[in-house]
Design a binder for this molecule. Structure first.
Ligand code: ZN
Length: 72
């Protein structure tokens, strides 16, 4: 089960592992990987690894990242 790596725990956030992608959310969706990076999640994982847990960041930092990377 690798599925859970793409979903943050309740109240937590993860960041897309692709360099220069600042997408942060409680889930990195299949649609995000496909539409933004043209890959499915398995390919993204193979190339860049699993999403990074950014729950240690404070809410303000996360909001800033979300705004910057709000392409989807
Ligand atoms: Zn991304």
């Amino acid at each position: 089960m690798t599925e859970s790596y793409w979903n943050a725990r309740y109240g937590a956030y993860i960041k897309c592992p692709v360099p220069n992608c600042n997408h942060v959310g409680s889930v990195i969706t299949k649609a995000h990987c496909r539409l933004v990076h043209g890959m499915d999640r398995a390919e993204v994982r193979k190339k860049y690894g699993f999403p990074e847990n950014v729950s240690k960041l404070n809410r303000k930092q996360i909001e800033t990242m979300k705004k910057r990377g709000s392409r989807l």
